[in-house]
Design a binder for this molecule. Structure first.
Ligand code: NAD
Length: 369
């Protein structure tokens, strides 16, 4: 069987990391026909718009998308292509697994949780305006609907059930946001009893941040609104080893798109330096989604072994803080080739290698470099 997949290389480091992901996907032997469509800066140059209709048409046709990051101008310019894509395709559930790979780059090697974020509304509604001509005051409207709360919360419980997870934690700020927060809270309280085998509890967003940085292994599946989910998923990516290794998925009804948590990292664009792991793990999530479990397991294991060996890793995985001792940095393309080489060879029955004690943690090397 051949799967048709829309591929958006994106901009910044996007073309490099998506190419790396294709190299690894090809190594699995699963038939994938890539339909390449441009969005972001390359599309502006070619078509004069960051999101040509052809992109949405392609994804509506293939129902599957692998996406690279796309730059969003700050404080002006065009509206975020990422937000527009989610809203146009109604990709309502953003799923971000935070798994510490090989116990590296984290103080919390046991981290293994999933953040499910409502991705179409909340404070990302796009309803915002200046209050006066002088631009001395502004308003952004948080739109929260019962329908969107219900479907993302149901999605989180179904995901927990499917993946054998035991707990779903709702995160909100219902004590202060007495309408939007309370609506989400009520939807959660009414949905939870339908899943009696799964523990359900709630945290306020501020408390949740503190709890996560103290003991992330206590949490399993987290479900929350758009802005809180955006922030929490980066926080959890940091707990699990950094942005370079954090994949994400977006689900709508019958459509799934896979993209890394990280952005376009413009300062590394075109240098073959970026860490390809997050985008490669998006391929793993895509394969799992279409039922190619063994291929997905092979990709995950090949990534794990490559990071554990530390022979061919990009700069961020080679710095102290990620490894106990610094190792020479490889390129994005070399790391992708190494992972691809391992994909058909790995032994799925062997225990995953744990390279000694976890490193001491320390600051996120990606942010320091
Ligand atoms: P970023 O994730 O691009 O970068 C944050 C830090 O992590 C930087 O130091 C960067 O160099 C490093 N980094 C990120 N990915 C890396 C990788 N694969 N390998 C090694 N280092 C990596 O975040 P930012 O700088 O806030 O955003 C840059 C642009 O990306 C912005 O325009 C933003 O809007 C956009 N963005 C897009 C998406 C998306 O397409 N889904 C997501 C987040 C940010």
């Amino acid at each position: 069987m051949t799967y048709r997949v829309s591929l958006i290389p994106g901009d910044g480091i996007g073309p490099e990391v998506t190419h790396a992901a294709q190299v690894v996907a090809d190594a699995t032997g699963v038939g994938i026909a890539w339909e390449v469509v441009e969005a972001g800066e390359p599309a502006i140059r070619k078509d004069g718009t960051p999101l040509p209709d052809a992109v949405l048409e392609s994804i509506r046709r293939t129902r599957l998308c692998l996406k690279g990051p796309i730059t969003t101008p700050i404080g002006g310019g065009f509206r975020s292509v990422n937000v527009t894509l989610r809203q146009q395709l109604d990709l309502y559930a953003s799923v971000r697994p935070a798994r510490a790979i090989a116990g590296e780059g984290t103080r919390f090697p046991e981290t293994d949780l999933i953040v499910v974020r409502e991705a179409t509304e909340g404070l990302y509604s796009g309803v915002e305006h200046w209050v006066d001509r002088e631009h001395s005051a502004a308003e952004t409207v948080a739109v929260v609907t019962r329908k969107a709360c219900d479907r993302v919360i149901r999605f989180a419980f179904e995901l927990a059930r499917r993946e054998g997870r035991h707990r779903v934690t709702a995160v909100h700020k219902a004590n202060i946001m007495k309408t939007t927060g309370a609506l989400f809270q009520t939807a959660f309280r009414e949905m939870a009893p339908r899943y009696p085998e799964i523990a359900a509890d709630e945290r306020l967003i501020d408390n949740m941040c503190m709890q996560l940085v103290k003991k992330p292994s206590e949490y399993d599946v987290i479900v929350t609104t758009n802005l809180f989910g955006d922030i929490l998923s980066d926080l959890c990516a940091g707990l699990a080893g950094g942005l370079g290794v954090a994949p994400g998925a977006l689900y709508g009804d019958g459509i799934a798109a896979f993209e890394p948590v990280h952005g376009s990292a413009p300062k590394y664009a075109g240098q073959d330096r970026a860490d390809p792991v997050a985008e490669i793990l998006c391929v793993e999530l895509l394969l799992r989604h279409v039922g190619e479990r063994e291929a997905a397991d092979r990709v995950f294991r090949a990534v794990w072994e490559t990071i554990a060996e530390k022979k061919v890793v990009t700069y961020d995985l080679a710095l102290p803080g990620y490894t106990a001792r610094p190792v020479p940095a490889s390129t994005c393309s070399a790391m992708a080739r190494e992972i691809a080489r391992k994909v058909p060879e790995v032994d799925l029955r062997a225990p995953l290698p744990r390279p000694g004690a976890a490193s001491s943690g320390g600051a996120d090397p990606q942010l320091e470099a």
